[in-house]
Design a protein around this ligand. Structure first.
Ligand code: OOG
Ligand code: MG
Length: 256
């Protein structure tokens, strides 16, 4: 267990790496810290962003699909915070120089309509969301070579760097096996199914509410939730149109 002071020092390392767009050594190479410490490092580093004027817009889950767990060699669900400066408009152009080594992945996003003050079950999810949209997340590990332990990636706010959300839709009762494809300039680079996200992406809402309550960062009405990627992430390339299509939900795009 690390002292409060050293957790602050570790938070400064990941925050500075993000600010300076410069990869840093994995914290776990030189420090030993627990998963609980890692969430505290994340909290302190994101507080530094809030002090610079960024606003919390919601939460994200990570490693909710086997494809992602296999790709990164990490096997536990994680959660992180999303801020307003990470949000790109659908169809907009992102400046890759803002990132160290950005990857992009196809996701589903939910809009939370009611703050939960207790854990909820799968059957209650539709009472807590009022919209769903196809989405993509840009992840940009602050660590060299995009390599990390579970604790490292949690401390680094789960690699969160950007997100783009498509048009909001009314949430259907069930999201059974919706095909998801991500393309670079019309060439499909990854494809999967909504079932790849926890077997049912609505379970992301259940889990994010549970984790938010546990770590004192509750999902609130008006927040958004990124459910986690359905497929492995792909390195972004300059001058490329990236598009994700989710069956029945539509498309979402960004240009680089
Ligand atoms: C960690 C973030 C994982 C997801 O959707 O599974 C994640 C990473 O892969 O760098 O965002
Ligand atoms: Mg993600």
């Amino acid at each position: 267990m690390q002292t409060g002071e050293s957790l602050t020092a570790l938070a400064e390392i990941v925050d500075t790496a993000a600010l300076q767009v410069k990869a840093t050594d994995q914290l776990s190479l030189n420090h030993s810290f627990t998963e609980k410490d890692a969430y505290e490092i994340q909290r302190i580093s994101i507080d530094r962003r809030f002090e610079r004027g960024e606003k919390l817009i919601g939460l994200k889950l990570g490693f909710t699909s086997y494809a992602k767990m296999e790709q990164m060699g990490v096997h536990d669900m994680i959660w992180g915070r999303l801020t307003d400066t990470m949000l790109f408009e659908n169809g907009s152009t992102v400046d890759l120089s803002r990132f160290i080594h950005p990857r992009i992945e196809p996701e589903i996003c939910f809009r939370i309509s009611k703050t939960a003050d207790r854990e909820i079950s799968r059957d209650e999810v539709l009472e807590y969301i009022d919209a769903i949209a196809p989405a993509m997340e840009i992840i940009d590990s602050r660590y060299q070579n995009f390599k990390f332990s579970l604790e490292d990636v949690i401390a680094d706010n789960c690699s969160s760097a950007g997100l783009v959300v498509g048009e909001w839709q009314t949430p259907p009762e069930v999201l059974e096996d919706l095909k998801m494809t991500m393309s670079f300039d019309d060439e499909v680079v990854e494809s999967g199914s909504s079932d790849d996200i926890l077997g049912d992406p609505y379970l992301s809402v259940v889990n994010a509410i549970r984790l938010g309550l546990k770590y004192n960062e509750p999902l609130k009405a008006g927040h958004i939730l990124m459910a986690g990627a359905a497929t492995p992430a792909v390195f972004m390339k300059p001058e490329t149109l990236v598009r994700t299509t989710v069956q029945n939900l539509g498309t979402v795009e960004v240009k680089s």
